[in-house]
Design a protein around this ligand. Structure first.
Ligand code: ATR
Length: 288
C-alpha cells in the first residue's frame, strides 16, 4: 500500500472491471488501473480474474450479468474473446484478437483491440519530435504482437514495412492475411540489410526479454535518425535499445505500450481518459 493508491471503500453503485487470464497473477493491469482509480477518486474496482479456459465464455457472460462495466482479456483468451463478442471494432477484426470487452446496456459484448493504439500512443508521447512513419519501418517478429503493430503502422500511414521473422512462413501468412502491398516479407538473416533508409525499427519478438537470448542484429546500416523501439519491457532497456542508444538513435522502451493500451478500456468503463505519467511508470514497475 502506498500513498498513491490508498484503499477506497466501495459503494453500492461502484463500477466494476477486471482482467481475465489463465494465469493472471503476473498481470500488471490491476496495479495500473488501480492507480488510475485512486488518482481520479473513482468509486470503482478493477480485479484480477483467473479463469480456467473451459470456463471462459461462461465467466465472461456471468460478469456481464453481475453488472461489470467490462474486462480486459489476456493470454490465452484474446482470440476466443473475439469469437465470444457480439460486435467488434474494425481494428479488433483486423488484428484478429480482442483485449478489451465492454458490456453494453442491452447486454451485447463489444470487443476492441487497443494494443496497436497503445503502441502508437507510446511512440507519440515518448518521441514527439521523431517522424517515425516518414520512411520504411522494419518489424521483427510475426506473432500476435507483431500483427497489432503492423495494423497500427499501416493506419498511421507508414509507407513501407519490411517484415522479418525467424520462421519465414509465419511472416508470409501474416502479410497474406493483412494483405496490404506496403508489407514486404524479408528473410530473417538479411534483416540488417533492410535497415537502410528505415525511419523505424520495432522488435516484437520475445528476444531480449528476461530469461531469453538477446536480439542480435547489426545496426550499421540504420540511419541514426531512425527510432528504435522494443515491445519487451522487462528489462526496460533491452540489448537492442542499448545498442541503438550507443550509436545515437532515439529509443522508446516497451512499458508505455502496456500503459497506453489500457486507456481506452478505463475511459469506457470509468468515464475518464487517464494520463500516462512518469509517476505511473514508476508505480507499475515497483512492487511495493
Ligand atoms: P506474441 O503473441 O507475444 O507476439 P508469439 O506469437 O509467441 O508471441 O511470437 C513470438 C515471436 O518471437 C515470434 O515472431 C517468434 O518467431 P517464430 O515465429 O520463428 O517462432 C519470435 N521468437 C521467439 N524466439 C525467437 C528466437 N530465439 N529467435 C528469433 N525469433 C524468436
Amino acid at each position: 500500500m502506498t500513498s498513491r493508491t490508498s484503499y477506497r471503500t466501495l459503494s453500492g453503485t461502484s463500477r466494476l472491471a477486471g482482467v481475465m487470464g489463465w494465469p493472471v497473477s503476473h498481470s500488471k493491469s490491476p496495479r495500473l488501473q488501480g492507480y488510475w482509480l485512486a488518482n481520479n477518486a473513482i468509486d470503482g474496482s478493477y480485479m484480477p480474474l483467473p479463469v480456467a479456459p473451459e470456463n471462459f465464455e461462461t465467466a465472461l457472460t456471468s460478469l456481464r450479468d453481475l453488472g461489470f462495466a467490462g474486462v480486459n482479456v489476456t493470454i490465452p483468451f484474446k482470440e476466443t474473446a473475439m469469437r465470444a463478442c457480439d460486435e467488434l471494432t474494425d481494428r479488433a477484426k483486423r488484428i484478429g484478437a480482442v483485449n478489451t470487452v465492454t458490456f453494453a446496456k442491452d447486454g451485447r459484448l463489444l470487443g476492441d483491440n487497443t494494443d496497436g493504439f497503445g503502441f502508437i500512443e507510446n511512440l507519440r508521447q515518448e518521441a514527439p519530435n521523431t517522424a517515425f512513419c516518414s520512411g520504411p519501418a522494419v518489424v521483427l517478429g510475426a506473432g500476435g504482437a507483431s500483427r497489432a503493430v503492423l495494423v497500427a503502422l499501416l493506419d498511421e500511414g507508414c509507407p513501407e514495412i519490411r517484415l522479418a521473422n525467424r520462421t519465414r512462413k509465419r511472416a508470409d501468412d501474416l502479410a497474406g492475411e493483412i494483405n496490404d502491398p506496403r508489407i514486404t516479407v524479408i528473410d530473417w538473416p538479411v534483416a540488417p540489410s533492410a535497415l537502410e533508409n528505415a525511419s523505424l525499427v520495432v522488435n516484437t519478438t520475445s528476444l531480449g526479454m528476461v530469461g531469453q537470448p538477446a536480439l542480435e542484429i547489426d545496426l550499421t546500416g540504420l540511419p541514426t535518425s531512425a527510432l528504435v523501439t522494443d515491445i519487451v519491457y522487462a528489462p526496460l532497456i533491452t540489448d537492442l535499445l542499448a545498442q541503438a542508444k550507443d550509436r545515437g538513435n532515439p529509443i522508446v522502451d516497451g512499458l508505455g505500450m502496456l500503459l497506453h493500451q489500457a486507456r481506452p478500456g478505463f475511459h469506457k468503463w470509468f468515464g475518464i481518459d487517464p494520463d500516462v505519467t512518469p509517476d505511473l511508470r514508476e508505480f507499475v514497475l515497483s512492487t511495493d
